[in-house]
Design a protein around this ligand. Sequence first.
Ligand SMILES: NC(=O)c1ccc[n+]([C@@H]2O[C@H](COP(=O)([O-])OP(=O)(O)OC[C@H]3O[C@@H](n4cnc5c(N)ncnc54)[C@H](OP(=O)(O)O)[C@@H]3O)[C@@H](O)[C@H]2O)c1
Length: 323
Amino acid sequence: MILLLGGTGYIGQAFASELHARHLEHRSLSRHELDYTRFDVLLGVLRSARPQFVLNAAGYTGKPNVDACELDPGGTLAGNLLLPQTIAQACEVAGIPWGHVSSGCIYSGAKLPGPDGVHAVKDLTQPAARSIVDTRPETVQGYTETDLPNFCFPDPPCSFYSGTKAMAESAIAGLGSSYIWRLRIPFDEFDSPRNYLSKIQNYPRVYENVNSLSHRRDFVRACLDLWALRAPFGIYNVTNPGWVTTRQVAELIQARLKPRREFAYWASDAEFYRLAAKTPRSNCVLDVSKLLATGVVLRPVLEALDESLQHWQPAHPWSVTEP
Ligand SMILES: NC(=O)c1ccc[n+]([C@@H]2O[C@H](COP(=O)([O-])OP(=O)(O)OC[C@H]3O[C@@H](n4cnc5c(N)ncnc54)[C@H](OP(=O)(O)O)[C@@H]3O)[C@@H](O)[C@H]2O)c1
């Protein structure tokens, strides 16, 4: 049996569907049912139910976006740092392996070629970096699992949310047997306020940057595949190979869904942060070589985006596409 924590959430629901599709026996536990955030309660469940594996898809993301985490630091710390630490300790005491959904948002930018070799560039909106992205995309490299987070409390600026996600990785790294799966900007074909493709369609103006992304179903499949393959425990970037600019995604949406509106963009970072965002946003490219080397198969990000748009299921069909 696999124990799923946070199965009521956006990512947890995708884990639950995939476990169901694979006919894997599982139990989804909600705080409403049992307060698994308490060490004694969780350890009791682990000792009585003896799951083979624990999946932690619980966490505090902030709604409607990460700005909300700045207003609730206690809740953010509880969901993103204390909870994973509690799960790590309970799983270690019970001798049960587990997987934790982390985030790629602990990085900013990408690794770009420079006069002295490849180096990390945090802000890809700067003209020199953007020129490399546009004219030599093949030279853009993502951060690997051995690169230290650079959008976190020790390496600011960062959002409070990102800071807590990075702290959790350090806190659980040496405890027991665990996977740390880094998700990044989930999307799929189901229109939802949590889906990146829906968000882009609904923003009054689009923020242009460069990112790796995770197709939601591809992500949970890859995480479960790692466990099924008994791949070595540790940190894995779990994004669809490659990266995209927001403008590319908007163009794909235009081409496939033909929305009635034209996309408008923020004129600059300064304008975006003055009018639309409170805390800094992570935009980054991740390298997935470590994941692919295990034998886990993930399709390229453009393919996953296009397939999602081809099979788009609007929440309100009459409001999206031209006749
Ligand atoms: N969605 C994204 O864009 C994204 C991107 C990268 C990483 N992630 C990470 O993926 C994980 C799942 O995110 P999600 O988008 O599925 O979140 P979500 O929809 O908000 O669901 C999270 C679930 O976590 C549980 N939970 C346990 N303790 C909590 C606490 N203190 N505060 C809030 N919720 C708590 C809740 O389930 P119960 O109340 O039923 O127990 C809740 O339904 C999180 O760790 C998040 O940081 C998300």
